[in-house]
Design a protein around this ligand. Structure first.
Ligand code: CP
Length: 305
């Protein structure tokens, strides 16, 4: 039976740890050994939304494993522009490749692709819903920074309503022991209610605030997010919150020595460049982890490791 990677909800803790272990294993392999692992295989990238990191890190991951990559990064030059359906596009693309990575603005589209295709489907972000490969690289980075995920204290900051990276990572962290959350956002961008329920439907208890400065003093990870203009139905609502948070180096003066600032990127103005050179900046290490973690995912879904 084929495997897909669609949602963190589909994974239990052992599955998540398996992916993280694979990434660790891949990191330990010599480059000349890695490059033979997916020789002759083809990865299809179907991107209906812009991307820099997710698409390029998948392409890099596949090529470093000896495989090839084909696909599209926008739809205008494909037959989607002539009205071809999503399902027909998937049914066509699967004839050319061994696995498909799909990003789409609509929630549930990756699941639809998985139900349509007979080859592995990897969700590279579906609307405001899920971004599981980002979550796995976030967890990998957290482990590298703090040695473990259990008992970590994490503040999510910014757009908690529409951010699929927050939704995915939040759900994954609930599977670990003793993780403490601080949710920092404007009132209009609070985490959706459905995410605040336990698996048994019990209301979970979180510290919700709009005070970023206070959160910096009390956490091990500060996970910044972009306020995403493209997710707002009314641009005036975006205008009201677009500058809600800007983390500057001076604000980190009293922060715990081992605090790490993470961000899925791209950023707009929510982290000042003066944080980049500080010991707190972890967001470009996240970018680097993306290739290793996605190599592990490809090797797992293609049945090599
Ligand atoms: N983190 C992330 O998904 O970045 P891209 O949109 O550049 O792929």
């Amino acid at each position: 039976m084929k495997s897909d990677l669609i949602s963190m909800n589909d994974l239990d803790l052992a599955d998540i740890e398996h992916y993280l272990d694979l990434a660790h294993q891949v990191e330990g392999l010599p480059a000349q050994e890695r490059v033979r692992l997916l020789a002759g295989r083809v990865l299809m990238v179907m991107f209906y939304e812009p991307s820099t990191r997710t698409r390029l890190s998948f392409e890099s991951a596949m090529q470093k494993l000896g495989g090839g990559v084909i696909g599209f990064s926008e739809t205008a030059s494909t037959s989607i522009a002539k009205g071809e359906s999503f399902s027909d596009t998937v049914l066509t693309c699967e004839r050319y490749a061994d696995a498909i990575v799909v990003r789409h603005p609509k929630e549930g589209t990756a699941r639809l692709a998985a139900e349509t295709a007979s080859i592995p489907i990897i969700n590279a972000g579906d609307g405001t819903n899920q971004h599981p490969t980002q979550t796995l690289l976030d967890l990998y980075t957290i482990k590298k920074c703090h040695g473990q995920v259990d008992n970590v204290r994490i503040a999510f900051v910014g757009d908690l309503k529409y951010s699929r990276t927050v939704h995915s990572l939040f759900q994954a962290l609930l599977k670990y022991q003793g993780v403490k959350f601080t949710l920092v956002s404007p009132e209009s961008l609070r985490l959706p209610g459905y995410l605040k329920l336990s698996a048994e439907g019990r209301q979970l208890d979180f510290d919700e605030t709009d005070d970023l400065q206070a959160a910096l003093a009390q956490n091990d990870i500060v996970y910044m997010t972009r306020i995403q203009a493209e997710r707002f139905a009314d641009i005036m609502d975006y205008e009201k919150v677009k500058n809600a948070y800007c983390l500057e180096a001076r604000m980190l003066a009293g922060a715990p020595a081992n605090l790490k600032v993470l961000h899925p990127l791209p950023r707009v103005n929510e982290i000042s460049p003066d944080v980049d050179k500080s010991r707190f900046a972890g967001y470009f290490d996240q970018v680097e982890s993306g290739v290793i973690v996605r190599q592990g995912i490809l090797l797992s879904l293609l049945g090599v490791l």
